[in-house]
Design a protein. Structure first.
Lengths: 374, 540
């Protein structure tokens, strides 16, 4: 009923001149912030104008004819049905236009393809349903998931107006320096994904078992947003990309702090129940919710339910081992730190929203390395 | 004419008690009559048009506003997948086969199709295939949700439905191949002796070429999905890098099928447009032979441009450039067709009955779809357009206001011939105007959405895409509802229509344009038991 109401509210809103919040009737391709993206934009405009011009000529002729050559106006039908000269002309002119377009297109294509002489490389791995970024040669390596607010909003079906950058925001953005030639290498851990930031001018598929390359050089500092563009399953619509371009000095500082934070030893001291549940909920929303769902019901036929699951509600040691080792269906979560693992196990066993109520608390110290991550 | 068909003709027509249709419902199960089978195909396609349309309504309802309102993301993916499969294999292709069945024998002066029993089998295999496909909606894990292209590895994550979906593709493929063989055999063997190839109606020409396309590509698709089956169940690794395979290989095979496949849906469309426009312009088709050669060129080019669907998949630069150049070439023969239709209208004495309205809208809106196709042929720019709503807008323009509008045009054009009753012209024109306006409200804003950065196949989107999506959905709902008028017209016309007695030629001077208009309306159950001696031909 609420949904029906929403629908009607939307229709009446539309009737009132479409004045929803954030009205944005963007019409054209964005120009972007790289040289290649400008070249692509120029090509786009060129071919668009060619089409508009041909369209005006053809439709103009047709509508002139429709208006004047009608029986109701008493127009008598002519009886011609071929004209070799005209037919040759309208074959040759399009050919010339096409050749004229192919030349700049070829130049831009060659430029896009040239990944030589890059200043740095970033490896991008698509995973269901987040991106994994590795700054080759620096040790910086992290995952980039949909931000918590968008995640929660789309999952409980609430109104997304007011959520900042709804579905185009991430927990950890990709940070790059401006003015440097950055080479990207793309691959995937599972199915095919595609990495697209419109402001950079291109998208590239991430294929499992293979490497693709692309490059960019961002002109000006800023935040640029994009999305996965190859259908990759249930949460395809929920794996955005955020790129922050900054000056070299800021970028160097960012690398330093990121690396320091990455190498920090996790704090394994005991946590209160509230702390465990809060942290567990955050870990769950980032890592587990895509498959096991916000209410722990899973997806019948695809992903098992945690709600009332024997595995979740029985002893913790097999559960820890299971999470660390993974299965053929579920990836290993050995990447989680001990305090995160403890918190998420506490959460899945006790969260009322998942319908489980074991009544225990798992502390970080209780996590034993059942499965050793090399 | 082959011995078999000659004998068949003998059985049918030298019997004084001319075979009428079987009494009762069994007629529709066991019929081998081309008119009956044509009717079955057309009604089945119409039903599937509404099934696929209902799925589109679910998609547009979910996309009406940002946020998740109605369906689960997985089910949304199933809807986009099934909408495409049902529309392509259940609605558009069968509708054109239905037209071919009804019209080709009547257009070429043949008594029936060359292989009538196989004809019956093609139809019932189609029904079995589509039902099997539809049954996957009710299976554990849901219907296939990896897109109609069935790309691995994603499609291998389908639940219990996968082998059923693959088997249904096999059935649909067999049905199409049998149908295509039948049509090719009919055209090549059963023409009235007075009709050489270069005097065939354009609809027959386009179907002859389409028939060859189908025979060439359906086995390729069957092979691709069989490899999916063995990868999933028999431990092969055609598309799995871990075993030495390559997921991109599937895409090459699929699009080697897929690109000609989209022309399977558009070439007969061209044929119908070239049939209708001259009748209502009261002028011969302009450039008949260049139309034939353009159709053949488009068909040939369709085999060598497939990887333009894969510009971002990671091809060597030589591949990118080759496929860009080859794809651009398609604009030339396609342009010739559009120019020829325009020249056909030029200096005619046009009237604008519903079939003509739909045909003119087809020429204009198909050309729009062609323009965006040309834009996407430019590989570097396609790096922006690919897999966004821009391409959704593009191919819907070439399918809905093109193929579907022409199917509507064909329905209005030939329904008086088929039923002997005139449809309600007022309601027909209302149907046209509602459809033509709403289809643009539906699809034109999708260009803007794609350019602004909205990917396709997503169940929810960022707030900046909200306005155009809402407009698009409103257009979609109006378009969907308008099609109920067509359903009403079909039922009404079958029941008697306006009650007006229709003449043999129905449309003014139509007998100059095609043999079917020399027959009574409705035509008797068996027609042309002896081939006609004079062939109407408006060109030399």
């Amino acid at each position: 009923m609420k949904k029906i109401k929403q629908l009607f509210a939307g229709v009446s809103l539309a009737a009132l001149g479409l004045q929803s919040a954030h009205a944005d009737y963007a019409l054209n391709l964005m120009e972007g912030v790289t040289k290649v993206s400008h070249d692509i934009f120029d090509l786009h405009m060129l071919i668009l104008w060619v089409c508009v011009f041909i369209g005006i000529a053809v439709f103009g002729t047709m509508f002139y004819s429709i208006y004047h050559h009608r029986k109701s106006k008493g127009h008598q039908a002519a009886n011609f049905h071929e004209n070799t000269t005209v037919e040759i002309i309208w074959t040759i002119i399009p050919t010339i236009i096409l050749v004229a377009m192919a030349i700049p297109a070829t130049k831009t294509m060659m430029e896009l393809d040239n990944v030589q002489n890059s200043d740095m490389s970033i490896k991008v791995t698509g995973k269901q349903w987040y991106w994994d970024y590795e700054y080759l040669g620096t040790g910086v390596h992290f995952e980039s998931h949909l931000d918590a607010m968008s995640e929660k909003t789309h999952r409980d079906g609430s109104d997304p107006h007011g959520v900042p950058h709804y579905l185009l925001n991430v927990d950890r953005p990709l940070v790059v320096p401006v003015g440097k030639k950055i080479r990207f290498v793309f691959t995937s851990a599972d199915v095919i994904h595609s990495w697209w930031v419109p402001d950079l001018g291109w998208k590239k598929d991430a294929n499992p078992g293979f490497i693709n390359e692309a490059w960019t050089s961002v002109d000006k500092p800023g935040t640029y947003r994009g999305q996965c563009t190859e259908l990759c399953g249930r949460d395809h619509g929920f794996m955005p990309i955020v790129v922050i371009a900054m000056e070299q000095g800021d970028y160097d500082k960012w690398i330093e702090t990121t690396l320091a934070k990455q190498n920090e030893k996790p704090d394994l001291s005991d946590l209160s129940r509230e702390q465990l549940m809060a942290k567990g909920s955050a870990v769950y929303m980032t890592n587990c919710v895509s498959c096991h769902q916000i209410d722990g019901a899973g997806a019948p036929g695809d992903y098992p339910a945690l709600r009332g699951s024997a595995k979740v509600n029985a002893g913790i040691d097999p559960l820890i081992g299971f999470l660390q080792a993974g299965t053929s269906k579920m990836p290993s979560f050995a990447k989680l730190k001990d305090n995160e693992l403890a918190a998420v196990i506490t959460y899945i066993r006790n969260a009322p929203e998942l319908g489980n109520k074991v009544g225990d608390e798992i502390q970080p110290k209780a996590i034993t390395p059942v499965y050793d991550d090399e | 004419m082959s011995a078999v068909t000659a004998e068949h003709g003998h059985d049918d027509h030298h019997d004084d008690h001319a075979h009428g249709p079987e009494k009762g419902w069994l007629r529709w199960i066991i019929t081998t009559n081309h008119k009956d089978i044509g009717t079955l195909y057309l009604l089945f396609a119409l039903a599937m048009f509404f099934v696929g349309g209902a799925m589109a309504m679910i998609i547009r309802a979910e996309l009406f506003e940002p946020g998740m309102q109605f369906v689960d993301p997985k089910f949304f993916n199933s809807m986009t997948t099934m909408h495409a499969l049902v529309m392509v294999f259940g609605a558009v292709m069968p509708a054109f086969v239905g037209l071919a069945n009804w019209m080709i024998p009547m257009m070429i002066g043949a008594p029936d199709m060359a292989l009538p029993r196989m004809n019956n089998m093609s139809f019932w295999l189609l029904v079995s295939g589509v039902l099997l496909l539809a049954s996957t909606l009710f299976m554990e894990g849901g219907a296939p949700a990896g897109g109609w292209t069935l790309y691995p590895p994603l499609v291998l994550q389908t639940g219990k439905a996968l082998p059923f979906a693959i088997f249904s593709v096999h059935l649909l493929g067999i049905s199409s191949i049998l149908g295509a063989i039948n049509i090719v055999a009919t055209i090549l063997n059963m023409r009235a002796p007075a009709m050489p190839l270069m005097k065939m109606p354009m609809f027959v020409w386009t179907w002859l070429i389409t028939g060859f396309l189908l025979i060439a590509i359906m086995p390729v698709f069957a092979g691709a999905v069989t490899m999916l089956l063995t990868d999933k169940f028999f431990h092969t690794s055609f598309f799995d890098a871990a075993g030495g395979g390559d997921p991109v290989l599937y895409q090459h095979i699929f699009w080697f099928f897929g690109h000609p496949e989209v022309y399977v849906m558009i070439l007969p469309t061209f044929g119908v447009a070239s049939t209708i426009i001259p009748v209502f312009a009261r002028k011969p088709l302009f450039g008949y032979s260049s139309m034939v050669y353009a159709t053949a060129s488009i068909a040939f080019l369709s085999f060598i441009v497939w990887a333009h669907h894969m510009f971002t998949v990671g091809m060597p630069i030589s591949g990118e450039l080759y496929f860009m150049y080859a794809t651009m070439l398609i604009a030339i023969p396609t342009g010739v067709k559009v120019f020829n239709w325009t020249a056909t209208m030029w200096k005619g004495a046009m009237t604008f009955e519903t079939p003509m309205l739909f045909s003119i809208a087809f020429v204009v809106l198909f050309t729009l779809g062609g323009f965006t196709g040309l834009m996407m042929s430019v590989a570097p720019v396609d790096f922006q357009y690919h897999d966004t709503y821009f391409i959704v807008a593009h191919f819907h323009y070439t399918l809905v206001p093109a193929s579907v509008f022409i199917l509507m045009a064909a329905g209005y054009y030939w329904m008086p011939k088929w039923t002997g009753h005139m449809y309600n012209e007022k309601i027909g024109q209302l149907h046209f105007w509602l459809s033509a306006i709403s289809v643009n409200i539906l699809f034109f804003p999708q260009h803007f959405l794609g350019l602004a950065g909205m990917p396709r196949r997503i169940p929810d989107y960022a707030i900046q895409f909200a306005d155009w999506n809402m407009i698009s959905s409103i257009g979609g709902f109006i378009f969907g509802a308008s099609q109920l008028l067509f359903l009403w017209i079909v039922i009404d016309t079958i029941k008697g229509g306006t009650g007006e007695k229709v003449s043999d030629e129905v449309w003014e001077d139509a007998h100059k344009h095609g043999l079917e208009w020399t027959l009574p309306s409705p035509p008797p159950y068996h027609t042309f038991s002896t081939p006609p001696a004079v062939i109407p031909c408006d060109h030399n």
